[in-house]
Design a binder for this molecule. Sequence first.
Ligand SMILES: C[S@@+](CC[C@H](N)C(=O)[O-])C[C@H]1O[C@@H](n2cnc3c(N)ncnc32)[C@H](O)[C@@H]1O
Length: 287
Amino acid sequence: MTTPAIDSRNADQVAYWNGAAGHCWTDLQQVQDVVLAPVSAALIEKAAPKAGETVIDIGCGCGATSFALVRAIGANGRVLGVDISEPMLSRARNLAEPGVPVDFMLADATVHPFAPAGADLLFSRFGVMFFAEPAKSFANMRRALRRGGRLAFACWRTPRENPWMMLGLKEAYKYVPKLQPMDPEDPGPFSFASEERVNRILVEAGFADIRMEPVDLLLEVAAGRGLEAAVQATISIGPTNRALENQPADKVGAATRSIRDMLASHLKGDTVPLGGSIWLVTAINHN
Ligand SMILES: C[S@@+](CC[C@H](N)C(=O)[O-])C[C@H]1O[C@@H](n2cnc3c(N)ncnc32)[C@H](O)[C@@H]1O
């Protein structure tokens, strides 16, 4: 396989998503697909993919949304899933049913030379908040859209509005040091929380008719598999995982027990529903 071109400023994200984080996401793929299913449903409804369309799924990860898009566009359409993570793309390729019109490509969306004006829809579930230079990345992706082509993506709103990600971290902080504070514009899950910033990036990238709809959701972090599944999902990815990384085993053990108690207080049968909040962002390429 040839090594794809990478924007050097995205190198740390390439390392992150090909290292432990990419492997954890891959291991948790089945659970994550259930946890994030309400986001896919809301975003696909908003993006309105049509039969026969060509769609690019940016930061497609293990492919859940690419497969959902294929079902929407049918046999005469085409979906291209793009990601920088080899382990996640490898899972996506393994999950792809033979003969369905989906391809997966290892590429950095910031610099990949997409076929110009070839796509009807640029789509992403949480794959666009990790670019070092987002306006450059979106300008590059926009050139892949035909005139009148659509952009539709989901991104997280603020940490405060996402208890499903932050409640575990709050428990962890009782036992381990706080993470280094990040600049709100540093690449990361919350870097698109600001409506003003997302607008600024998309205007600079040449998009028009930008709309952002706030949506509140319940995310079921156990994926119907009970308390232990919720604990594992909470400590294995995201900010709680980063806070527990490289900490002494006794501290990690104490934090995990505390997280289990917190999640138990939200347990309903085999489910643990927690609040999440996203922006559904849409825009048009008029160029
Ligand atoms: C939070 S995960 C979301 C994965 C998937 N869309 C989902 O919802 O399950 C973010 C994804 O964006 C990918 N990503 C980050 N930077 C990227 C870049 N510059 N180009 C392409 N993909 C990128 C990561 O490798 C990762 O798979």
